[in-house]
Ligand binder design. Structure first.
Ligand code: F6P
Length: 340
């Protein structure tokens, strides 16, 4: 079999470990040949495809980013299934392993519905994909965010300031919830649970009154109660989703005015996606890569490998992409007991 691999959407730590796991298992166990599709769907619709021999994946599991490159190209803006089929036929490609998040896997599902042989692998630092307990990349992002909050706390304490830390996560608050809990934040603000400015101010004051430097962790998709819109100053991406960022810079001055406590904001941004993957993410990504080969061999087109408890299984791409996995209210309330 000749198998194309692509990484699409936002990069995340662990992508290279998936590629390595898939290529080594496919080559060693099944004698398969691999093709590297450059920059996600762009390479598949524009025919930018290179050989991906086993020696190219040596030592890759600890390397951040993706050796194949990525983009947020939507294949349906570039010819859709017909164009993909033409390019695959040209390269005698039997199947595609598409490694991506919600946007990528939604496109994979549509292509699969139109007869393209695709297996998906879930990745995203946001951990927002349904039908998998965790995505790789999330653990690393949480570790980076937690370490950053720890560092911001010592400078905030020195200056008796309040620190607002904005983390990624698009429309879900998983990174904020986990990093905020791990770092002992005094308030965690997530898109799933709008809060009033007064409530956040109360948590900030209460931490200050106990002699602490208040730390507020806010997810980029959070909005204040009564304000439906998210802060998205950079328009939409190729899948029509808002490019978020800026809520921290907006909240900081509002909190300073409300509480009288000098406040600074730090936006962690793409730092959360860069650098080496954690050991957990390397293991999960490698297992996903080898499991994707099993799914291809079994011709389980239109499925995605997924983590269920500690087992790697396959699920229908439809189940993975029809709704986002948001933070349940009970998980938030459990954390909120410690706020203030
Ligand atoms: O989906 C991953 C993610 O990092 C989100 O948390 C964030 O909103 C988005 O990608 C940023 O996208 P870009 O890299 O295109 O700015």
């Amino acid at each position: 079999m000749r198998i194309g691999i692509l990484t699409s959407g936002g990069d995340c730590p662990g992508l290279n470990a998936v590629i390595r796991g898939a290529v080594i298992k496919g080559d060693r166990i099944h004698g398969q040949t691999f093709l590297g599709i450059k920059d996600g769907w762009r390479g598949l619709v524009e025919d930018d495809i290179v050989p991906l021999p086993r020696h190219d994946v040596r030592g890759l599991s600890r390397q951040g980013g993706t050796i194949l490159g990525t983009s947020r190209t939507n294949p349906f803006d570039g010819g859709g299934a017909e164009q993909v089929r033409t390019v695959m036929t040209h390269h005698e490609m039997d199947a595609v392993i598409a490694i991506g998040g919600e946007g990528t896997l939604t496109a994979a599902r549509r292509l699969s519905d139109e007869g393209i042989n695709i297996v998906g692998v879930p990745k995203t630092i946001d951990n927002d994909l349904s039908a998998t307990d965790y995505t790789f990349g999330f653990d690393t992002a949480v570790a980076i965010a937690t370490e950053s909050i720890d560092r911001l706390r010592t400078t905030a304490e020195s200056h008796h300031r309040c620190m607002v830390v904005e983390v990624m996560g698009r429309h879900v608050g998983w990174i904020a919830l986990h990093a905020g809990l791990a770092a002992g934040a005094h308030a965690i603000l997530v898109p799933e649970v709008p809060q009033s400015l007064d409530q956040v101010g109360e948590w900030v004051r209460s931490a200050r009154d106990r002699g602490r430097a208040p730390v507020v962790v806010v997810a980029e998709g959070f909005s204040l109660a009564g304000e439906e819109h998210v802060v998205a100053p950079r328009g939409l991406d190729a899948f029509g989703r808002p490019r978020l960022g800026g809520i921290g810079e907006r909240l900081g001055p509002m909190l300073e005015e409300l509480t009288g406590i000098e406040t600074r904001c730090a936006t962690l941004g793409h730092l959360q996606r860069g650098g080496v993957p954690s050991a957990y993410d390397r293991v999960l990504a490698t297992r996903f890569g080898t499991a994707a080969i099993d799914a291809v061999v079994d011709k389980k087109w239109g499925t995605m490998v997924s983590l269920s408890g500690t087992d790697v299984v396959t699920v229908d791409l439809h189940d993975a992409t029809t709704k986002l996995k948001t933070v349940p209210r009970a998980r938030y309330d459990e954390a909120a007991i410690l706020f203030g």
